[in-house]
Design a binder for this molecule. Sequence first.
Ligand SMILES: [Zn+2]
Ligand SMILES: [Zn+2]
Length: 144
Amino acid sequence: MPNATLPAAEKQQRRVETAIERLRVVVVKSRGSADVADEAAKAISHLNTLYAESKGAFSAEDVRYANVLRGYLGERLAAHKPKTAHTKKAKRKGDKLDHCWRCKTAVDERFSDECPTCSEKAYKWRVCPICNACGCQRAGKVLI
Ligand SMILES: [Zn+2]
Ligand SMILES: [Zn+2]
């Protein structure tokens, strides 16, 4: 790699670190209040934009940690909502898990949306209503 490209790459990595830290702060705050939902959406969108621009600026650990944070965020925001009973959905053909791969929420009637981007005729990915996970992030096409 020519040296001239290094500072730009480093700059991008620093932007990634800052963006992950921003999400981490929101996730900490989300424990106390659901009012951070908008702030969280902005932090997520910023990270996804950076990821779309340059995946290379994200280490495997960055990707893993951002996904962990996104899972926690969903769970914590959901915990502020009134508790209701849910009906578990049976596994479909091709389902490897009976829960969300990211936030571990059991698949129930709230898992009603299918992602048009990563679903194929043979297998439809359900979107997790808690953390918004689907096959797009699982496959690394979208960060979180
Ligand atoms: Zn989830
Ligand atoms: Zn998807």
